[in-house]
Structure formats: structure tokens, C-alpha cells
Ligand binder design. Structure first.
Ligand SMILES: Cc1cc2nc3c(=O)[nH]c(=O)nc-3n(C[C@H](O)[C@H](O)[C@H](O)COP(=O)(O)OP(=O)(O)OC[C@H]3O[C@@H](n4cnc5c(N)ncnc54)[C@H](O)[C@@H]3O)c2cc1C
Length: 455
């Protein structure tokens, strides 16, 4: 019987991210994927600057830049495409654009090619997992693999989640949408950002995702299905507000049910859930895949630390504790945008015209809509001083994949001793990053999260 230390089930963006990060720490993984190749259908089209930095940590930021395009932001429009509110996106605090458009299969191909450079990753594609028990995986051909840790990155219908008896909590959203991908070299001459059409009749989303690729999403009305819109001719009335360009190629049209679900538990013993296996969100703010990559970033250094004997096993309890509230907050934000787009009948349409242009004035919403920064993690560290920055993502330049002590001035002997004790790299920063520190010296974790203040 084969024995591996870490088995990753699913080679989607979450599985490939966690396997690559673990490989960077020298941890060997066996990645099991049902399909022989990258899933070819377009799904995710947007990621933010925080997730781009994870792409950078994986080592493919340069290649990603070649297949993605920065977007100008998000605008809420009415059915005639009159702008009600516009939220700009530009260069992000993390050193990458705040909004980036891309095609998920292209990103997944990059992640797979990159993973092939790591001898620690054994990716077996075309292999279906049919059974999961604690420390034991069964494959479709009957083979059994024993493993110390199982990482369930197996998507929305996760077998791993069912096997450990975890239910999904329904956060109360269920809408059928038509997803349309179009290729054309014609310039549609639209604002180069995401349009959210707010309408109780039929909400919609439009965005340019590549030099010659466009995505529309339309809420389906009762009784409608994707088969009603299988041709360009049938789609023309829906596309008309944006374009009547004759030279369009229909890449794909399909139906998705957008839902908001959160796994009740993300861990059972040494089995963990990551990505869509742990949370599902409607794509209105383009954060679903990013959430899976954030999960991977959060868990990888902890698991590597435990496997190397450098961290106590209890650190693994913090994975769910930190990631679940963040995932919940991002789903709620997506629901808020979704409801702003679709709810309320004619009164809703009227209210939207009054309220939406003022959304940026509402405290709490302001930072979420105007800025791409996501909520702080609820980091609990029994040791010494917390800071108002604890749990926030450090915006400075990358330094490798260990801990860092960051300060705007040379470290004192006591601070240097702290740095030495956790094997941290010392970063003396200036400019905007120094301002962000507000005079504090901080310990930053390998996942860029501020752990605590040391002075
Ligand atoms: C229309 C649409 C638009 C979206 N837009 C965005 C967006 O703009 N931004 C964003 O961040 N996200 C977006 N998303 C969400 C994003 O696509 C998903 O969150 C992301 O694909 C999840 O990645 P994952 O690796 O967790 O799961 P998946 O991509 O589902 O990968 C899971 C993998 O596990 C494999 N697997 C499953 N079961 C088994 C088994 N038993 N044995 C072996 N292998 C198995 C599957 O074959 C699959 O390859 C969108 C989704 C949709 C549908």
C-alpha cells in the first residue's frame, strides 16, 4: 500500500496553489485529479491585488501579467447603462493592480505548468478518488493510499466534505444566471471595467476579460433556460445595450445557479477543506477562486511548519478560525452587491436611483467598495501586544516565504532577538509602507498577515 504525507484531492486553482506552496517548503504532495486536463470551461474572470500577490508567491506573476489585463473598476448602471455609481480600481497597495481580468483555464494552465517544475509535486491526472476515510483514500481502480493529511480541494460537490460528514450552511441566495463568453477582435468601445446592471426585471454583468474576449452574465427569468439562448441570434436582444457588432463568436453559453454556502466545519482530524469545497459565493465581486487561494496561503505555511516540527499541531486549529469569518464576510459583500442589483421590484428600481450613487458615503461600505482591501483576519496570539494592524495584510514588498520583522527604523537589540527567535527576515521599509506601520515594529507571517506588534 502506498503511503504519502499529504494528499491533495483536486487540481483546480486551490489544489494547485496549496501543492505549490507546500513544495516551496520542501513538502511532498500527491495531487489526485479526476480529469486528464485542465477544466476547459471559462468561470473565474477577476482577481484582486491581494490574490495577485499569491500568484506572485507561486512564481507566475510575470506569466500571469501576459494573459491578464488590469480593469478600471466596477460601475453600477441601470438598464439603459446610465451610470449610477462608479468604483475605481488602480494600482494596489500590494504592488499589483487592484482589479485584473483573465480566463480561468489560462491561469490553471499556468499553475499546472509551474507545478511541473517542483519535484515535490506528484500530480496524477485522470484519477478519480471514490472513497475518503481518516488517513486513507480509495481510487476508482480500487487502489488504496494511506496519508497523514488529506486536503479536500475537490470543489463544490466535494466528496471529501461528504466523507467527513460536514454540511453546508445556506446563507440564503439561489438565482439562475446565464453565462455568455464571446470572442471578437472588434473593439466594443465600452468603459474598460465591470458593469453591474441593476434591474428587478433582469440584472446583468458585462466585462472585457482579454484583448479579444468578453463575458456577459444575465439573470434568467422564471421558465427560461440556457437552451433558449444557444445561438448568437437568440442572444442579440440581451447584448444589444452594449453592442450590435456583427462579428462576434459565441465561445460558450451555459447556466449556473449562483448560491451562497459555507461549510459548517472546515476540518475533521487531519482532513481539511479548502476552496469551493468549503465555501461558495455568487460571483458578483469576483472573489470565489481568490478565497480558495487565500485558504491555501493560510494553511500551507502552518502545515509545513507542523510537518517540519517547527510549529505545534494546534496551529492547524487557526486555519478555520481565521479563514471562515473572512470567507463569510466576502460572501456577504457579494450578496449585498447581488441584492443591490436585483431586489425590490419597481420601488427597488426607484430606491436604487437614489441610494446607489451614495453607496460610497455609507460607513463600512466605503472601504469595501472604494478600496480592494479585504477584512482583517481574526488572529489570536496569546503573546504580547496586539496592534490595530494585527490580522491585516501587510502591503510591503515580498521577502521570501518565512516570517518577517518589519520596521521603519533599525531594530533594537530586543527586537532583533525577537526576529532571531522566529527565524524572521528583517525588513526596514520607507515611504508608504513605513507610513502604514504607524511607528510600530511588526511580525508578519509567511502569508503576509500581521501576527503581532513587538514594539
Ligand atoms: C460563472 C462563474 C464566474 C466566476 N467568476 C469568478 C471570478 O470572477 N473570480 C473568482 O475569484 N471566482 C469566480 N468564480 C468561482 C471560481 O470559478 C471557483 O471558486 C474556483 O474554480 C474554485 O476552485 P477550486 O479549486 O476550489 O475548485 P474547482 O475549480 O471546482 O476544482 C476542483 C477540482 O477537483 C476535482 N475533483 C472533484 N472531485 C474529485 C474526485 N472525487 N477525485 C479527483 N478529483 C476530483 C475536479 O475535477 C476539479 O478539477 C466563478 C464561478 C462561476 C461559475
Amino acid at each position: 500500500m502506498t503511503h504519502v504525507s499529504v494528499a491533495v484531492i483536486g487540481a483546480g486553482p486551490t489544489g494547485m496553489t496549496v501543492a505549490t506552496l507546500l513544495a516551496q517548503y520542501g513538502i511532498e504532495t500527491l495531487v489526485l485529479e479526476r480529469w486528464p486536463d485542465v477544466y476547459p470551461q471559462p468561470r473565474a474572470v477577476h482577481l484582486d491585488d491581494e490574490v495577485y500577490r499569491i500568484v506572485d508567491r507561486l512564481g507566475v506573476a510575470g506569466e500571469f501579467a501576459k494573459v491578464s489585463r488590469p480593469a478600471l473598476g466596477l460601475q453600477l448602471v441601470d438598464e439603459q447603462l446610465n451610470v449610477m455609481a462608479r468604483f475605481h480600481r488602480g494600482p494596489g497597495r500590494c504592488g499589483f493592480p487592484q482589479a485584473n481580468m483573465f480566463d480561468q483555464p489560462e491561469l490553471e494552465t499556468l499553475l499546472r505548468d509551474n507545478a511541473s517544475r517542483y519535484p515535490q509535486i506528484d500530480l496524477r491526472a485522470g484519477v478519480e478518488v471514490t472513497g475518503v476515510e481518516p488517513g486513507r483514500i480509495t481510487l476508482a481502480d480500487g487502489a488504496v493510499i494511506e496519508c497523514d493529511y488529506i486536503l479536500g480541494c475537490d470543489g463544490a460537490n466535494s466528496l471529501v466534505r461528504r466523507s467527513i460528514g460536514v454540511a453546508m450552511k445556506d446563507l440564503g441566495f439561489d438565482q439562475r444566471w446565464l453565462v455568455v463568453d464571446i470572442a471578437t477582435t472588434a473593439d466594443l468601445r465600452q468603459w474598460d471595467g465591470v458593469y453591474q446592471v441593476c434591474s428587478t426585471r433582469r440584472a446583468a454583468t458585462y466585462m472585457r476579460i482579454g484583448d479579444a474576449r468578453y463575458r456577459w452574465e444575465f439573470q434568467l427569468l422564471p421558465g427560461e433556460s440556457a437552451s433558449d439562448y444557444g445561438t448568437l441570434e437568440a442572444l442579440r436582444p440581451l447584448l444589444a445595450p452594449w453592442t450590435e457588432e456583427p462579428d462576434l463568436e459565441l465561445v460558450r453559453v451555459t447556466e449556473y445557479t449562483f448560491r451562497a454556502l459555507l461549510a459548517q466545519r472546515w476540518r475533521h482530524g487531519n482532513t481539511f477543506l479548502l476552496g469551493d469545497a468549503a465555501h461558495l459565493t455568487p460571483p458578483f465581486i469576483g472573489q470565489g477562486m481568490g478565497a480558495g487561494m487565500r485558504d491555501a496561503m493560510n494553511l500551507a505555511w502552518k502545515l509545513a511548519g507542523v510537518l517540519h516540527g517547527e510549529l505545534p499541531p494546534e496551529v492547524l486549529d487557526t486555519y478555520e478560525r481565521e479563514r471562515k469569518p473572512h470567507a463569510r464576510a466576502m460572501i456577504r459583500l457579494a450578496l449585498m452587491v447581488g441584492r443591490a442589483m436585483t431586489s425590490g421590484g419597481r420601488l427597488g428600481d426607484l430606491l436604487r436611483r437614489v441610494v446607489v450613487p451614495r453607496l460610497h458615503l455609507i460607513p463600512g461600505l466605503r472601504t469595501k467598495m472604494v478600496d480592494s482591501t479585504t477584512p482583517a483576519l481574526k488572529v489570536r496570539d496569546g503573546r504580547v501586544s496586539r496592534s490595530r494592524l494585527t490580522g491585516r495584510l501587510y502591503p510591503g514588498a515580498p521577502w521570501g516565504n518565512g516570517f518577517a520583522v518589519v520596521s521603519a527604523r533599525p531594530l533594537s537589540d530586543a527586537e532583533q532577538a525577537h526576529a532571531d527567535a522566529c527565524g524572521a527576515t528583517v525588513q526596514i521599509v520607507s515611504g508608504a509602507t513605513a507610513d502604514w506601520l504607524r511607528g510600530q515594529t511588526l511580525i508578519v507571517r509567511p502569508d503576509f498577515t500581521v501576527a503581532r506588534r513587538i514594539s
